[in-house]
Design a binder for this molecule. Structure first.
Ligand SMILES: C[S@@+](CC[C@H](N)C(=O)[O-])C[C@H]1O[C@@H](n2cnc3c(N)ncnc32)[C@H](O)[C@@H]1O
Length: 280
């Protein structure tokens, strides 16, 4: 049975220091507004709004956003969720694709997600009724401890961006392509570096790479922190991507956000597996 929205379980807060710092900033600006004048009210409201929107995204919005991403994907037999944390995407994928075997890999860093622990993820999977088809593995996404060509679908939600070194992020994309079967689909949601992933995927031969905004469900703090998503088959896929979005550079440094509206990725999945080992 597909569990839409937030599955049963405890999923914590992503990067918990972010809403804490924003809340502190809101309080400081509020105090300054009282002491120095109403000019400080505007930043106080912005920081306060950021806390509310961030908590909405991490506690509810990201679950709804991934319902939409999973809706677009072909039924996989095997799924890998990279940087799975407490298991949100892994568990939703297992619930959606009821014959799929799902693996989540993570280093369980609590600064990236509160209460991050494989025992918590396993309990969440059991609470959602998919514990028999989801396993959690400890490993670094830059050097995945997993075999080649093992997965039909590889996902990552707000995890690759935690790898701060540019070359290691490229290596992570290489690893995702390595462990994905020819014709596998890849779905990545992140707040930063998405133009790099797109370039890396294309440079490494992935076809059908597309990118779009997740809309308000993917705002981590506001529209300036939207989560672009990307899905594409690995080399030899016959997908065709159509990006109908206007987009702008987020910081002039190569990251791109696709802002507003709806974008559509047309993927000719029918041909993907037919061409399974072409071009290898
Ligand atoms: C913001 S959390 C998101 C967790 C999960 N994807 C979700 O949406 O709930 C980022 C996750 O990436 C993991 N992570 C960070 N660097 C990693 C690495 N090099 N290898 C594996 N996991 C990593 C963290 O431990 C954390 O669980």
């Amino acid at each position: 049975m597909t569990l839409r929205g937030k599955p049963p379980g405890q999923y914590g807060v992503d990067a918990p220091y972010v809403p804490i710092l924003s809340a502190l900033a809101a309080v400081v600006c509020g105090v300054l507004a009282v002491v120095l004048g109403p000019g400080w009210l505007f930043p106080a409201v912005i920081f306060g709004a950021q806390v509310v929107i961030y908590l909405h995204t991490t506690l509810r919005g990201k679950f709804a956003a991934w319902d939409g991403v999973l809706d677009e994907l072909a039924e996989p037999g095997t799924v890998l969720d990279v940087g799975c944390g407490r298991g949100m995407v892994a568990i939703k994928a297992a619930s959606r694709f009821d014959a799929a075997k799902v693996t989540g890999v993570d280093l369980w860093r609590s600064r990236d997600q509160s209460g991050n622990d494989p025992a918590v993820s396993a309990k969440n999977a059991a609470d959602a009724g998919v514990g028999d088809r989801v396993e959690f593995v400890t490993g670094d996404m830059t050097e995945l401890p997993l075999p080649d060509d093992a997965f039909d679908l590889v996902t990552a939600n707000v995890s690759i961006q935690n790898v701060k070194d540019r070359e290691l992020r490229r290596q992570t994309i290489e690893e995702i392509l390595r462990v994905g079967r020819p014709g596998a689909e890849i779905a990545i949601v992140d707040m930063q570096y998405t133009k790099q992933y797109e370039d890396d995927l294309r440079a490494l031969g992935a076809e059908g790479v597309s990118r779009r905004t997740l809309g308000p469900s993917g705002w981590f703090g506001g529209p300036w922190a939207a989560s672009p998503a990307r899905a594409g088959p690995r080399p030899a896929g016959s997908g065709v991507a159509v990006d109908r979005q206007p987009h702008r550079s987020a910081d002039g440094g190569g990251d791109a956000l696709i802002v507003g509206g709806v974008a559509v990725a047309d993927m000719d999945r029918g041909g993907l597996l037919d061409h399974a080992h072409e071009g290898q």
